[in-house]
Ligand binder design. Structure first.
Ligand SMILES: NC(=O)c1ccc[n+]([C@@H]2O[C@H](COP(=O)([O-])OP(=O)(O)OC[C@H]3O[C@@H](n4cnc5c(N)ncnc54)[C@H](OP(=O)(O)O)[C@@H]3O)[C@@H](O)[C@H]2O)c1
Length: 326
């Protein structure tokens, strides 16, 4: 599968990014190394982590995900082979008030900690993990630009920002000569999600207006929850589903998508998960899926996409399934 050029950057990345939210906690370091080796072998070059992964609930090794990724990058001497994305500005693990931290000193300190955890001098793509809409957008963007100018990050993006705030931020950057956001990391998959059923109200999902804005501006998107936590495959193979999976994806459109996907799976032999990931190929703007895996079968089903052809005839059929977005 061809690499995807992130607009406004010199980064060319795999259409599948490896998610590491569970590294050093639910996924052992040994297993994490195995996954990253397999991902690199399969041609993958984009790993996603965050300062806060491995901190909720507070753990023995805080920031475990970044640290495990850092130890692997060092052990494999893979700094030149992997594009790293990480995130900061998230509330601290022990903060019951869940205060988002986008002040200058907070972001400067988060970036420095991430650089240390990852064992690198520069982060390729740095995301704000959340937004604090009470802060003037210009103040946040000036801090990001300052960190970029210091050479600590190459590019910056946003995650879980409303469209209104993202538009405001980009307008501020245009007006004031700042480089601006180059990527949006948001919740998005082939399955339609009922966002009201998600307990964390600070998360933001793809909707029709955001999709159109991405297309008009050719702004790159990076989708988390991209395989909908295995919803389609679990539904097919009858695996037990957590209650929140049933409530968040219970929707007549998902019933339709499931039936169509099952037919495609039966016709082509491509796994439900790989079909879900093909949804992100050839979107009207650069799109990357981030997925995480908890066993070898899931890993090999996910990685199989990296070996596929972007001209797979099924892709246009899969695109049409999320008709609520187009
Ligand atoms: N920016 C943000 O706010 C944000 C938020 C969340 C995540 N992320 C990033 O996005 C990455 C992915 O997010 P995610 O883990 O929430 O979503 P996801 O990739 O959609 O879901 C991963 C889960 O789906 C299941 N799965 C994967 N492949 C499967 C298969 N072939 N068959 C059946 N089930 C399968 C597994 O769950 P089971 O273990 O239950 O089988 C796995 O843990 C994270 O690692 C992180 O890097 C970012």
């Amino acid at each position: 599968m061809e690499k995807i050029r992130i607009t406004g950057t010199d980064l060319a990345v795999s259409p599948l990014s490896l998610g590491t939210v569970n590294y050093g906690t639910k996924t052992s370091e040994k297993e994490a190394f195995y996954q990253m080796d397999a991902y690199l072998d399969a041609g993958g070059n984009f790993i996603d982590t965050a300062s806060v992964y491995g901190c909720f609930p507070p753990t023995a090794e805080m920031h475990a995900s970044e640290k495990v990724v850092g130890r692997w990058l060092k052990a494999r001497n893979a700094y030149d082979k992997i594009v790293i994305s990480t995130k900061g500005g998230h509330p601290l693990a022990n903060d019951e008030s869940f205060t988002i931290r986008l002040k200058r000193d907070e972001l400067l300190s988060d970036v420095d900690k991430s650089l240390q955890n990852l064992g690198t001098d520069v982060i390729d793509m740095y995301f704000l993990h959340r937004d604090d809409p009470s802060m003037p957008v210009g103040e946040v963007m000036e801090t990001l630009e300052e960190i970029k100018n210091k050479g600590k990050i190459r590019n910056y993006g946003f995650s879980n920002w409303t469209l209104k705030r993202a538009v405001e931020a980009q307008a501020y950057c245009r007006l004031n000569g700042l480089s601006g956001f180059t990527m949006n990391q948001l919740m998005w998959s082939l399955a339609h999600i009922t966002i009201d059923e998600i307990a964390d109200k600070t998360l933001v999902a793809m909707d029709k207006d955001t999709y159109q804005w991405h297309a008009e501006n050719h702004l790159s998107a990076m989708a988390y929850r991209s395989v909908a936590k295995g919803y389609f495959e679990k539904r097919r193979n009858g695996a037990p589903m957590r209650g929140d999976l049933i409530t968040t994806y219970k929707d007549p459109l998902n019933d339709e998508i499931y039936s169509a996907l099952l037919s495609l799976h039966n016709e082509t032999g491509i796994s439900m998960t790989a079909l879900s990931l093909l949804y992100f190929i050839s979107q009207p703007f650069p799109a990357v899926a981030i997925a995480s895996f908890t066993n070898d079968t899931q890993l090999s089903e996910g990685l199989s996409v990296l070996k596929m052809d972007a001209s797979e005839p099924v892709i246009s059929q899969i695109h049409a399934l999320r008709r609520d977005l187009i």
